[in-house]
Design a protein around this ligand. Structure first.
Ligand code: GLY
Length: 374
């Protein structure tokens, strides 16, 4: 089985070989951007380039960006634990063109990596394009050997990507993976039909190619950007799920060690069905907390600090559902450092700090809970 470290490396090396500069992930706590609660996409650190305020130092870049989607326009908090592929914290693999290549290369290279390097079965891949983007539709037909019936037009909801209520944006082309009939959780719902961007868990989006060309103004109008850019985002945990032949991100090597530790501490075995919701929520939330605290976040009563407090409290409450009355969250941090600390060295450097803050915050919450219960 290909491990997650190899998968991340292969993505970066693929684009490096195509003259992309390898750049570091920006912190999850955004620097100097009051429009954002957390870094929610790989493009955040390049926003000023897209806006023409900053000259790019290189025409192409590749990275794995740490993202948190737990508030603001992109918020996945409520989905966490209920399916196997939404997270508060995740990594987004991305390749970037700053007024250099555009739709053709972005599509061609995504297809090449997925089908030639990673050898994903072509019949399981689907592409969507914005309903107005005939150009991208034709490029899919011309530069790839995708089954033409697997190219679909979709509307703004799924194929127009925006960073927030204002900011750079543009039509996008998404790549979805068919995980097979048995992954549909709505088989018994009358009239249900599995579909790309449908309601069940069968097809999952794995990569979004955004063709950045507009700015969304306060009054909702769109102004053209000075140039055209490519911003892509591939969900790393989802790619690992597929390449490791699993049905859930939580069954990949990114999560298994954390879940095993939760089962060990609590004495409650993990199950992949609904009985495992608490294990999954805790595993997800402790990753978000560890990365946010490593990057300078702090639980508090307002703004992003309040979101972090809520995430921690949710994890602690799920701990209670697994019969854990004492603090336990800090004990999971070592596992996260083992799994991801080689690539994200800040986790190693800040480990003691992360554990200290988590323990203090969990202790305070436990005291409140115990009083309430009394
Ligand atoms: N900016 C691309 C994405 O977040 O999907």
């Amino acid at each position: 089985m290909k491990d997650s470290k190899t998968i991340r490396k292969e993505f970066i090396e693929f684009f490096e070989a195509k003259n992309h500069k390898v750049v570091k992930s920006a912190p999850v706590i955004p620097i100097n951007d009051p429009t954002l609660l957390f870094t929610n996409a790989g493009m955040n650190q390049f926003k000023d380039i897209f806006l023409g305020k900053k000259k790019p130092e290189y025409p192409r870049a590749v990275d794995s960006q740490k993202c948190i989607r737990a508030g603001g326009k992109h918020n996945d908090l409520e989905e966490v634990g209920r399916d196997g592929y939404h997270h508060t914290f995740f990594e987004m693999l991305g390749n970037w063109s700053f007024a250099d290549y555009y739709k053709k290369e972005a599509i061609q290279w995504a297809w090449e990596l997925l089908t030639e390097v990673w050898k994903l079965p072509k019949e399981k891949l689907f592409a969507t394009v914005h309903e107005s983007d005939e150009e991208a539709y034709n490029i899919w037909k011309e530069v790839t050997d995708i089954d033409h019936s697997h190219i679909e037009y979709h509307g703004d909801k799924d194929n127009f990507w925006e960073m927030g209520t204002t900011g750079p944006c543009g039509p996008c082309s998404e790549i979805h993976y068919d995980r097979g009939e048995n992954t549909c959780h709505m088989k018994d719902v009358e009239g249900h039909k599995c579909a790309v961007n449908g309601e069940c868990h069968r097809y999952i989006e794995i990569w979004n190619l955004v063709f950045m060309q507009f700015y969304r103004e306060e009054d909702r109008s769109l102004s053209p950007l000075k140039d055209q850019y490519v911003d892509t985002g591939a969900g790393f945990e989802r790619i690992c799920q597929i390449l490791q032949n699993k049905n859930s991100n939580y069954d990949t090597d990114l999560f298994v060690p954390i879940i095993e530790k939760i089962a060990e501490i609590s004495g409650v075995a993990y199950h992949q069905d609904e009985r495992g919701v608490s294990h999954r929520v805790i595993a997800d939330h402790i990753r978000a907390l560890s990365f946010a605290l490593a990057d300078g976040g702090m639980p508090s009563n307002e703004g992003r600090g309040y979101v972090l407090r809520r995430i921690l409290r949710r994890a602690a409450r799920h701990g209670r559902l697994l019969n854990m009355k004492k603090t336990f969250l800090q004990d999971l941090v070592d596992v996260i450092v083992d799994v991801m600390g080689d690539h994200f060295v800040e986790l190693k450097e800040k480990k003691a700090h992360i554990k200290l803050i988590i323990k203090a915050e969990e202790e305070r919450f436990n005291t409140t809970l115990d009083k309430g219960l009394d």
